[in-house]
Design a binder for this molecule. Structure first.
Ligand SMILES: Cc1cc2nc3c(=O)[nH]c(=O)nc-3n(C[C@H](O)[C@H](O)[C@H](O)COP(=O)(O)O)c2cc1C
Length: 381
């Protein structure tokens, strides 16, 4: 199959990765309306074409939390990412490093923190969930600190997991899941060899190191369900802010009032995100939520945005809506599933080229030039 875009990677991943893993990434919660709108609301934003402004010297670089980024994108935390390619988190982190952007390791990764940081020189970002077991949170934070992670991404939109109906249909969860997954592996030999056999152990590296026993994919959903803490409030986050010396980013903000709370709390950044449409179906798309959040807090705190970004044009759109940088989720997961590190590198090259086109034809030479002016207000036409 010829690959020229992230959408091509999605279709190739559909064939190469067994359905239980493909749909785990591809799916969202409930009726998947927010997932769908994340993509269509962004794609529907009209870019304002301008010409003849000498765009020969484009610059996509930014500085974020004292780090240089070759483009305004960070690889988002993705749980069980190591199931998309052999030791997948290591491969994705190396790809991000080679392309000059940070990689964020999920709490619930396959590879433990130290396995990934040993494979890269660039400081990694680490994502933490709010969990009932505060001992676990402290334990992983200490390890992330010791391993030199630079930025903490604190995900707050999962006090309880959203219902992912697709996972029951695909064999990720539900009746006969083990046998269904084995049958799927048999019919996907590339994945079975690369990940199923050579990619072991398939345990959640960070969780297993804490519990002292192997917590595998089957225990994953159960463990998450039991450990998410619906009682969490801003007050519970204070010890983490005091404990973590580096930049702290709150991920999962979708409302200007919550964004203002994040500023009051003293966070360094927020991620405007609905978790890629995997939590509250019916919530606003990030593209819709972002402008009023930017109006409320731009300049007081760094604004990252994700959910629905499928090409470099979408990155420019998110910046035009008020983001300082973006996070990429599914787009890199599909590429990882198809071709590992090389796939993620190629996808990032594609996104950068797409950004170049969008910046040239909206006449924005550097990232800080991109404002809402890069978009056409369709309501006024
Ligand atoms: C398979 C999968 C697993 C995810 N796991 C996590 C996670 O462990 N922690 C987290 O904060 N977000 C997680 N997310 C959400 C992503 O970090 C990101 O917010 C989302 O993928 C962005 O939307 P997009 O995929 O449409 O780009 C996950 C997303 C996917 C697709």
């Amino acid at each position: 199959m010829i690959i020229s875009s992230a959408n091509d990677y999605r279709e190739a991943a559909r064939r190469r990765v067994p359905p239980f893993m493909f749909h785990y990434a591809d799916g969202g919660s409930f009726a998947e309306r927010t997932l769908e709108r994340n993509v269509t609301d962004l794609a529907d934003l009209a870019l304002r074409q301008r010409v003849l402004k000498d765009m020969s010297k484009l610059d996509t670089e930014i500085e974020l939390f004292g780090e240089k980024l070759a483009m305004p994108a960070v690889l988002a935390p993705v749980g069980a990412c190591g199931m998309y390619a052999r030791r997948g988190e290591v491969q994705a982190a190396q790809a991000a490093e080679n392309k000059g952007i940070p990689f964020t390791l999920s709490t619930v990764s396959i590879c433990p923190i130290e396995e990934v940081t040993a494979a890269i020189k660039r400081p990694m970002w680490f994502q933490l969930y709010v969990l009932k077991d505060r001992g676990f949170m402290k334990h992983v934070l200490e390890r992330a600190k010791a391993a030199g992670c630079s930025t903490l991404v604190f995900t707050v939109d999962m006090p309880t997991p959203g219902a992912r109906y697709r996972d029951r249909h695909s064999g990720m969860s539900g009746d006969y899941k083990e046998i269904r997954r084995t049958l799927q592996a048999v019919t996907h030999p590339f994945w079975a060899w690369d990940v199923g056999i050579k990619g072991k152990p398939h345990t959640l590296g960070n969780v297993s190191a804490y519990t002292g026993k192997a917590v595998g994919l089957d225990d994953y959903v159960v463990w998450l369900g039991e450990n998410f803490d619906p009682s969490i409030s801003w007050k519970d986050l204070e010890w983490i802010r005091d404990f973590w010396d580096g930049p702290m980013v709150i991920k999962g903000i979708l409302d200007p009032e919550d964004a203002k709370d994040a500023v009051r709390f003293g966070a360094d950044g927020i991620v405007v995100s609905n978790h890629g449409g995997r939590q509250l179906d019916g919530a606003l798309s990030s593209a819709r939520a972002l402008p009023s959040i930017a109006d409320a807090v731009k300049g007081d705190i760094k604004i990252l945005a994700d959910s629905g970004i499928r090409n470099g044009l979408d990155i420019v759109r998110m910046l035009a809506l008020g983001a300082d940088a973006t996070m990429l989720g599914r787009a890199f997961v599909y590429a990882l599933g198809v071709a590992g590190k090389a796939g993620v590198e190629n996808m990032l090259d594609i996104f950068k080229k797409e950004m170049h086109v969008a910046m040239t034809l909206t006449s924005n030479q550097k990232i800080s030039d991109i404002t809402r002016d890069a978009l056409v207000d369709l309501s006024k036409l």
